[in-house]
Design a protein around this ligand. Sequence first.
Ligand code: NAI
Length: 793
Amino acid sequence: MNIDTIFDTMNYGPAPEGRVEALDWISAHDGQFGHYVNGAFTSAGKDRFDTVNPADGMVLAQIAQANTSDVDAAVAAARKAQSKWAALGGHGRAKYLYALARLVQKHARLFAVLECLDNGKTIRETRDIDIPLVTRHFYHHAGWAQLMESEMAGFEAVGVAGQIIPWNFPLLMLSWKVAPALAMGNTVVLKPAEQTSLSALLFAEICAEAGLPNGVVNIITGDGRVGEMMTTHDDIDKIAFTGSTDVGRKIREATAGSGKKLTLELGGKSPFIVFDDADLDSAVEGVVDAIWFNQGQVCCAGSRLLVQEAVADTMIDKLTARMATLRLGDPMDKCTDVGAIIDQTQRDRIASLVDAGVRDGARLIQSSSVPELGCFYPPTLLVDVEPASAAAQEEIFGPVLVTTTFRTPSEATALANNTRYGLAASIWTENINLALDLAPKIQAGVVWINSTNLFDAAAGFGGYRESGFGREGGREGLFEYVKPSYLAKLKPAKVATKVAQTSATLAGASDGLLDRTAKMYIGGKQARPDGGYSTPVLSSKGALLGHVGKGNRKDIRNAVEAATKAAGWASASGHLRAQILYYIAENLSVRADEFADRIRQMTGASGKAAHSEVEATVSRLFTYGAWADKHDGAVHSVPIRGVALAMNEPNGVMGLCCPDAAPLLGLISMIAPAIATGNRVVAVPSPLHPLSATDLYQVLETSDLPAGVVNIVTGDRDELAKTLADHYGVSALWYDGPAEGCAKVEHASAANLKRSWVSGGLARDWHSRDQSEGREFLRHATQVKNIWVPYGE
Ligand code: NAI
């Protein structure tokens, strides 16, 4: 090509990055890799598989498939190293994390090339995005290690963390998992995706170079079977997973009832909303970064373009023109925009979802042909996709954008939320008020305003709904790798047993009252149980105190419906919520003697103890009245000209299955933090001692609490918990009860990936402020949404 032709065509010449160093590194390992366990590589063994460059089909190396004894060895090494690693203290660990950051930076080019070869993503992205974000993550978390003693007081490491990561950002996902885990004093066993193990294995070498104590980081390789061995391993305390929603569900099932802490970062179908006043050229560049970045193999990819009708045609024309300029091909060429798809299976999946979209009536626009060699899929637009089409609903995980139009902001919100996922959203408008009005209404863990796919170690990332639970990054992400220190002190709760009704009291209400059957409390009204059955409530000595309704599925459904209707509570001001909580406290306090009597009758507690429970309940209501306008979010300092606003948003409708111990205090300790933060609740009181809850109706009715904010359904706690877990309208479920009940709740929550918080059968002291009130409850009652707001013209 001569200068004239270049001038005429304005084509780029090839600018390939060198691959020699990366290939030399692989050769230095004889082209085969074992696992990295206890500070050394094992031999690759006989059970190996190829890792292939998807851009040209070349086999890069052979990787060992771990078996049970490899997993056991890695977990044992991590276990052995953990207490010493934690005891090293924040500063000691910070020095290692800093060393890791420095060494990744030093070997940045090697990492970038290796990642490009193994994954097929472009060198432009691995060099300028993936690896810099990795070093930033280690630096940032070196800082958190240093600050742990002061900033995370009262918390300690969870123990051994099992981490399972996907292939789309191999080293970046490793850093998101390893850095916070190590900072907080955990040791790790990490499994990279089978398609992309190489950068994790190079990272293992970096750990050795940094002099990290043996066993602190262990890397084992292999496919999903190895992941399964980890999720069912008895000696792993926490599982952190990023990958598909289907596997996330399996992991929730596999870990249910095991006491393992769990974070799931799953799929998405994120909306990219363009209003008619947006800067369309910027929005077009935004789309390029949203869906063609990393070939669209991004969990938070802006894969659904929702564009306001007036500018839809212009936007599609601009996008079509821009798409045609994207350069697809050799990922190692520095001028390439779109690289290879990870493997043929993934490519086939993309193609079949695109076919489905076309069958459902969408218009197909594809930009370019693809190279014959390698695994490529062209940037694609599917215009006017039916919202119900699989192409509009399923995560395609490829360079495919589906488009739909909308007319009004409320229609945009409804379309944006018309998905089972809730990972991210991007809003484009020159009207910042409109953008900030929409951001809280969209069910997603991250919202980018006039921007997209911005990430930083200082800002949390994670999903709502079926995009999973837990956060990575930011202060909010640290809590996924710690547990409260008081947990170690808790003993298993005594299994509460029903007292037999004495024959002398079988006659029932002998004090002249005709009907002593307490009703349910649904939508601000007392309601009879749907099934028409009731159960007796006995005193500690077996005397009949009354009856309560036996709630069933229909009662729960009615209660959830009432709670859903009370959505205005979520946007009520903290000040208003505080006033109502204080008012409940005041009205309860007026009737303290009556409530104390009831506790005494039901539980056999002394008069003094019963009074002290009522007083503690009044105090707890005050605590959450106090918190209602103080559970502030944060403004994260992210390295852009702008801010990331971390907002604590309510979960939505919460199910609360309340403890037998301290029937009034336990109940209020769950209800108060939930409603203080804007949730609406369906509470199931202690089945043994439910009358403190049913007596509360009158207190709630006289305290200006809007109808539907608190609903109370009495009956069999475990049966009702299952119904609450199954219900798609319930966003989070707390359960305090026997260990088997906890396991059932976690199992039942797998289908819809509900966020659950269970007692594990341990006996919390409800009177202890350390154990039973404050930030821990507030954190479980809320989910953090990060809203990125760039500044400038
Ligand atoms: P995947 O979810 O099967 O794989 C992710 C990781 O989980 C890998 O390390 C894999 O070995 C491991 N794994 C697989 N089965 C497991 C099991 N039963 N227990 C424990 N670990 C297990 O994802 P895959 O098959 O690679 O991709 C399929 C689809 O998943 C993609 O088309 C995409 O829609 C989605 N995906 C989403 C990602 C995200 O970041 N949200 C990342 C990768 C895939």
